[in-house]
Design a protein around this ligand. Sequence first.
Ligand code: SF4
Ligand code: SF4
Length: 369
Amino acid sequence: MKLRALPLLAPHEATLERCVYCPKLSRASCPVSNVEASETLSPWGKMSIAYFAARGDVPSDAEHLETAWACSGCYGCRERCEHKNEVATVLFDVRAEAFALGVAPEAVTRIARDSRSRDVEYERALSELDPNPTANAHTAVVLGCSYARHHPDVARSILRLATRLLGTGFRLVQSCCGLPSYHAGDHATFVANAQRTAAQCEGVERIVVIDPGCAVAMSQVYPRLGVRSAPVVPFIDVVYRELDKIPARVLEGQRLRWTDPCQLGRGLGRYDEPRSVLARLLGAPPEGFLREREHAGCSGAGALLPVARPEASRQIADELIAEHERRGAGTLVTGCAESLRRFRSRGVAAIDLFELVAKACETEPRASG
Ligand code: SF4
Ligand code: SF4
């Protein structure tokens, strides 16, 4: 085994080698290396450092391995890559190795240390939302700690929408999916969180997940790290399936610009569904960006980038906002709690897609065609 210095990377040997010997074909897709104007932080650069560290050719120290946190987990490089190389997944395993070696950056180590207090805060925030859950329901709902902790009013609207569209009661899952610990590199805490979440969903037929980041974690990372759970249904699928219950044309004439969240789009492959929902509300397709769908821009909010590289995260958001303004502005619509937080922190008018639908349904409760 060539990659024995960082054993978690051994299964990724072929993926790493493809990057190391590649003429950087995904270079332009990486929002982090673009705003930092750094070859080292390109997908090729980060994968090369990981490869040489895993071979023992460069030290596995803080200076080399911190590059794994220069990634928003946007999957943009994968979509540009002929091999569909899973760069983000490899970099998340580099984070786990760095965390285990005690060389993770201090800012992300703090995120890992605060896991328990985040859980307590999440439970308290959920109890204040009072969604009237049903203990023995066949559906579990995972809201996502970012909605509950940072956007309680949005969360309240979304849970009212879930009650309306799911038709039956649901069990509101009280524990976090664990994603912040995973992104910090703390796999042990992540798996413990994941097992707690899966246990709370035991016996249900499906788990409806509101935040697409949590949905990616539960449908893709849980199985990769050996955690079994009931089937995951992203909430956008529920909303899309019930399109005829959403009032038509109630937002006609409003200037709404859809921005594909990385986790919903490239992560879960949901591009048409949010556009159809917005088209239903508007009576016309939403406005957009030059680069959309598989090649859409990133909000800079993912995978702890705002913690590890705050300036890069801000600049990535600002670039997207600058294009939004050049195209005539209006309101940015997203479907991801962390992106909403990032956009609003930069002072732009932004709204969550599900909140928009919830409010439209409450203004016009009867289905119309
Ligand atoms: S992700 Fe693909 S295109 Fe980008 S450096 Fe790696 S192999 Fe090349
Ligand atoms: S996943 Fe996104 S941020 Fe991470 S290396 Fe690839 S393009 Fe860059």
